[in-house]
Write a protein that binds this ligand. Structure first.
Ligand code: ASP
Length: 443
């Protein structure tokens, strides 16, 4: 058995958290490859080391008067690591590393280099703490000269490097070009490194340890104590992530998905819990008919009316052309006999609304155009909906009971999701109503 374990920033924010991670790893001899993030927040007011590094680098590249802030910030970063080393009683000094980092910062080694040091140093500590080999991600994660990630080259190098390595720590978030220039993934990118390592070693499982017990059915800011999802498919995850639910970096899915390696999201602070399994396909029914609910705010609808629209060939294309010409992407396009509605992101659309409206008039000659703002979309996602009658009916009666007016309905052709448009002020109420009817009623 081989498992790749990635620990997020809050799981490694202090010596105490490191100890929890250490005992999780030691508890299962299959946990042979460890991918750490940089130390995250120890409490809600704290600052992540990655953010301190960005700030510090900013000061380093400014001139003279910023010298003081630069030194102070670097000292603060050093202290965070020292606290972990002392707390773990490790015989390890990062003095030499900090000397090099300081020098490279003053030589303007780049923002990516700066940010990557968070994971790099945490990796050194983790390797010393576990007695695992340390492998610098710069050697095994490959980017092109234009900072584009090279998946195949990386897989080749990583596979070869890890073939005979029994146990190793590979820091997350960064890699390097062939010439040695450090490049990072986008924020949260350690998830991607974990997935790449899992692919390279053909792991049985990619465990992603964080500070929540898996992927929650709904946003805990809207549903306090929301239950977690036991098993979710990649497609369901994609639908929910698109609608704003975040646990995992989006690009972390592809490398493991292509190899059929499941991802297990776990909680470092509650390791006894199973967390969420993310899989390609499953015959396991979800405990509730729905798998999850997510939503996004900030939409506008453009309602277009024209008599006999349904018999006019090319009407839809002309309307959408008006949006395309202004570089605006649309989210949903429900239509009726003489009406068609285009849902767009309010912030993209606002400055261009009159241009779009006049283009629709010019291209499609409608009878009327009406624009509504402050709409929200709620997605109810679940593989179980396909085979269950009455899901839509339950959703709408729950919403009606809570006095939520439904402005739009769109059921994806895969029957995996139902998307509902509501007014922004009803957003939370709508999610609560749906959660109640599918989850709480069944408890
Ligand atoms: N440390 C990086 C960040 O804060 C990457 C990560 O944690 O995944 O975004």
């Amino acid at each position: 058995m081989k498992k790749v374990v990635k620990f997020g920033g809050s799981s490694l924010a202090s010596a105490e958290q490191f100890r929890k991670a250490g005992s999780i790893i030691r508890n299962d001899s299959a946990r042979r490859y460890v991918v750490p993030s940089a130390p995250g927040k120890r409490n809600p007011e704290d600052i992540k080391v990655t953010d301190l590094l960005y700030q510090c680098y900013k000061q380093a590249i400014l001139h003279d008067d910023s010298e003081h802030d630069f030194e102070e910030l670097l000292e603060k970063i050093k202290e965070r690591y020292q606290e972990i080393i002392d707390g773990l009683k490790l015989d390890l000094s990062l003095e030499g590393e900090f000397r090099i980092i300081r020098e490279n910062f003053t030589k303007k080694a780049g923002r990516d280099y700066a940010a990557s040091r968070g994971e790099y140093l945490n990796g050194i500590i983790m390797a010393a703490y576990l007695g695992y080999e340390f492998i610098d991600a710069a050697e095994v994660i490959r980017f092109g000269e234009n900072k584009e990630f090279d998946a195949e080259k990386t897989n080749e190098i990583l596979t070869e490097r890890l073939k005979h390595t029994e146990k190793a720590v590979i820091p997350g978030f960064y890699g390097a070009s062939e010439g040695g220039k450090i490049v990072t993934f986008s924020r949260g990118g350690s998830d991607i490194t974990g997935s790449l390592v899992a692919r390279a070693v053909q792991a049985d499982t990619y465990e992603n340890w964080t500070d929540v017990s898996g992927f929650l059915i709904a946003d805990p800011r809207i549903i306090p104590n929301a239950r977690s999802i036991e098993v979710i498919t990649y497609r369901e995850l994609r639908e929910l992530s698109y609608m704003g639910a975040t646990v995992l970096h989006e690009d972390a899915i592809f490398p493991v998905r292509r190899e059929g390696i499941p991802i297990n999201i776990r909680n470092t602070n509650a390791p006894e819990e199973e967390g969420t399994w993310i899989v390609e396909s499953t015959c396991q029914k979800s405990r509730y008919i729905i798998t999850g609910i997510a939503g996004k705010r900030g939409f506008c609808s453009v309602n277009i009316e024209k008599d006999m629209m349904n018999s006019e060939i090319g009407f839809g294309r002309k309307v959408l052309q008006a949006f395309e010409d202004q570089g605006i992407s649309f989210e949903h396009v429900p239509s009726g006999i003489d009406t068609m509605t285009v849902f767009v992101h309010q912030d993209e659309f606002m400055d261009k609304e009159q241009k779009v409206a006049s283009a629709i008039h010019r291209l499609a000659g409608p009878d009327a155009i009406e624009i509504e703002s402050d709409l929200a979309l709620v997605a109810v996602v679940g593989r179980g909906m396909k085979s269950t009658r009455g899901t839509a009916g339950r959703i709408f009666s729950a919403l009606a009971h809570k006095n939520v007016n439904v402005r739009m309905i769109d059921q994806g052709s895969s029957e995996l999701n139902i998307i509902i448009g509501v007014s922004d002020s009803d957003f939370e109420k709508a999610i609560q109503a749906i959660y109640e009817i599918f989850v709480e009623v069944q408890l």
